[in-house]
Design a protein around this ligand. Sequence first.
Ligand SMILES: NC(=O)CC[C@H](N)C(=O)O
Length: 482
Amino acid sequence: MELDKMVNGHCEKRSEEDGFDCLENMAEREEFLPKKTNDKKETEFTDFVGKTSFGMSIFNLSNAIMGSGILGLAYAMSNTGIILFLILIVLIAILSAYSIHLLLKSAGVVGIRAYEQLGYRAFGSAGKILAACVITVHNIGAMSSYLFIVKMELPAVIKGLLDKEINSEWYVNGGYLIIIVSISIILPLALMRHLGYLGYTSGFSLTCMIFFLISVIYKKFVTLCSLESFSISTNTTDMPPLTTTHTPTNYTHSNTCEAKLITLTPQAAYTIPILAFAFVCHPEVLPIYTELKNPSKKRMQNVANISILAMFVMYLLTAIFGYLTFYGAVNDELLKSYSTDDTLMLCVRLAVLMAVTLTVPVVLFPIRRAVQQLLFPDKPFHWARHIAIAVVLLTLVNILVIFVPDIRDIFGVIGATSAPSLIFILPGIFYIRIVPEEQEPLKSRPKIQAAMFAALGFIFMVMSITSITIQWVAGDSSVRGH
Ligand SMILES: NC(=O)CC[C@H](N)C(=O)O
């Protein structure tokens, strides 16, 4: 793939990533800013011609929303009951769409289509650094959750394929397996200069998740609830063993095959973080807007609303059918609840494994770009730096994943910190700063709404961090007490 050119203030896009780099450079040089018009006509981005159709953009954004979060939703539902979960998922989906409205309106005012650049326009270098750091932390969390699935599910697949009960061999040790997968598959892909086919246009993971959903629904109707076989564990720090029986994490709240409409267990602390994590796609919204054919704010908002609605339906079905299969004994990572002997679930595991493994490099690229921009701005591309950042990041994430006991800890921490920042706080405060006072005074309704939105995100963040910390401390003391 050839390099991009910025010719006479125009971006000639030859690849996804370079397209954004080029746009960013232009935005920083203020050459990309639209001329102020007196009539309130929406800003048109005439310098860059997007070629992606409306339908394809919906597909791309849906793919950006969908990720490992889907595996935690049945667990989230088991801790709040069906009705409370329903209220929360509707709320988060609507707020997520409103957040995209704020991002699109801010981007329309200044003519910028990258999340970090909005930070730059709102608060100068500090804003750009803040946005880049939040995206970096978030993507490291997302990468960790994907690798965590490999750590849990690859041993299950190997056991299923070998068709025997082996627990002590090195090749069913998740820790060793993620190191092998990282070196042999993820690192070579992460070393590519451009994302190419691995970019967000790849629909492979979405297809795998549809297969996963259909299997979860099917399994609900063929699985008898047999809670007698669940081993009850109150130990949250032990590595959950992979056996053919279900091994729920901290399973203390329900031992009946009865769906609870409303309940509130101590683990409900993870529900909002899991939901927030599952709906994050916001750093991808502006790049997808850039690619959209005949772009307008209204058209892109429609893309976002349809994608969020589609993923909302998928998430809700997964949560309901996953919960109604295992009830209170469902695991924080849904796949872990299914037997390793089951051939259908073996195929689902394989599909999900392939999807998440191929997604890790996709999530790594924006981190590397952010690190490069933060630590080595103005430095031209250099292979040594390109490789070194990927190696350091992968090593860090591997160490993290080996030592983290449960995927809910990753969902919890990321969903309580970077996810509310990306969805609520940053879009809210960027909007207030970027939309000029002449257009919307500080006390105008949209700006007050945006301020309340950012405040709500802050409240979610503080509430989630506090309740998860309490949950950890209580969990630790209960472990010590045993
Ligand atoms: N890539 C990401 O931002 C991870 C969040 C994504 N919504 C998920 O559920 O996995």
